[in-house]
Design a protein around this ligand. Structure first.
Ligand code: SAM
Length: 333
């Protein structure tokens, strides 16, 4: 196990299929998986989508996937093959239900059956083999250092479409992210214009911070950064027992939907929010009056213009409040 790469491999086929079910993949989709590892998600996704691009940092794992590429695109069943043994998978069978390892946090959209197991949508049927013979692209690279646009567009995607990729075939992303760089990977993806939805498994605390709304204890800079670019839904928790080696923490699966903001953020917007949350116990009046040399009377005027109570702490302010404040700050600096 390469600890530095956050290699806690998922070994529960039910959880794998539930993650993929949440991604709502179709045969027309182009999917991206970051950190395929031993391929537990990869080998379920590849047979049901038009194209799957995976980015794996570990040379050994990437080479193994390259070697097993044909098997991944084979008939989509989790047969007892070298790859399924490699991925630690049991042979496929029966209806998909969640055992007690996985807890639904969203009973509204994902109902339970009579036995209390979480019901999930069935996965689409695999595409005919002829349509997916070469449908998996394996990139051996550090996702954080990758020029994604160049790698995805020029190397793999342009042959599939003559239209600009962003407007024709936005990516669906599905990943069990490494704990150590999960936030950094999500932060890199969020501002990109060429994805539509993403299902991520992350450390539970990180997932909660990403999805938090104003007023919650775990609301912070990353919650607002996420909210600018995407809607977020907590789906379910996954126990450490579902991984090998077992992590010390609980994981959660979340779903992001790209809001495709029409305009880029104002250059002051995120630096200002970061500044405020670096002093989250202070009032917003103090936060503004210590930003970019703004004097206290000016900070008061900014707050009055934006109709925000100067005594509130940053954690009580919504993304709209920060937008209004940024607009008003710009008038004074
Ligand atoms: N998807 C597999 C699974 O569910 O069992 C593996 C998940 S494991 C938590 C994280 C994977 O991400 C590992 O395969 C690891 O080598 C890979 N990884 C870690 N850092 C990475 C990075 N910066 N870029 C690409 N892959 C990375």
């Amino acid at each position: 196990m390469r600890q530095k790469f956050g290699q806690n491999f998922l070994i529960d086929g039910n959880v794998a299929r539930n993650i993929i079910s949440a991604a709502e993949l179709t045969k027309d989709d182009i999917a991206l998986e970051i950190g395929p590892g031993k391929g537990i998600l990869t080998k379920i996704i590849a047979p049901i989508v038009k194209k799957l691009i995976v980015v794996e940092i570990d040379n050994n794992l990437a080479n193994k996937l390259i070697k097993d590429r044909e098997e991944i695109t084979d008939n989509g069943a989790l047969r007892d093959t070298p790859l399924s043994r490699f991925a630690g998978l049991p042979p496929q069978g029966g209806q998909i239900t969640l055992r007690d390892e996985t807890t639904s946090l969203d009973s509204s959209s994902r109902g339970k059956d009579n036995n209390g197991a979480l019901r999930v949508d069935p996965l689409p049927d695999p595409l005919p083999f002829s349509e997916r013979e070469d449908n998996i692209a394996i990139i051996n690279a550090d996702f954080l250092k990758l020029d994604i646009e160049q790698s995805l567009f020029s190397s793999f995607l342009s042959p599939l479409s003559s239209l600009p990729f962003s407007s024709s075939l936005p990516l669906k992303i599905v990943s069990n992210l490494p704990y150590n760089v999960g936030t950094a990977i999500v932060q890199k993806i969020l501002p990109l214009p060429f994805w539509s939805s993403a299902v991520f498994m992350l450390q539970k605390e990180v997932a909660q911070r990403l999805c938090a709304h104003s007023g919650a204890g775990d609301y912070g800079y990353i919650s607002i950064f996420r909210a600018f670019y995407a809607d977020c839904q907590m789906l379910f928790d996954v126990s450490p027992r579902c991984f090998a080696p077992q992590p010390k923490v609980v994981s959660s699966v979340i779903r992001l939907v790209n809001k495709m903001p029409a305009n880029a953020p104002d250059p002051l917007f995120f630096p200002f929010i970061k500044h405020c949350f670096s002093m989250r116990r202070k009032t917003i009046l103090n936060c503004i009056s210590s930003f970019n040399g703004i004097e206290k009377p000016t900070a008061s005027a900014i707050l009055q213009n934006a109709q925000i109570n100067p005594m509130l702490r940053p954690e009580k302010l919504s993304i709209d409040d920060f937008t209004a404040l940024t607009l008003n700050i710009k008038k004074y600096i």
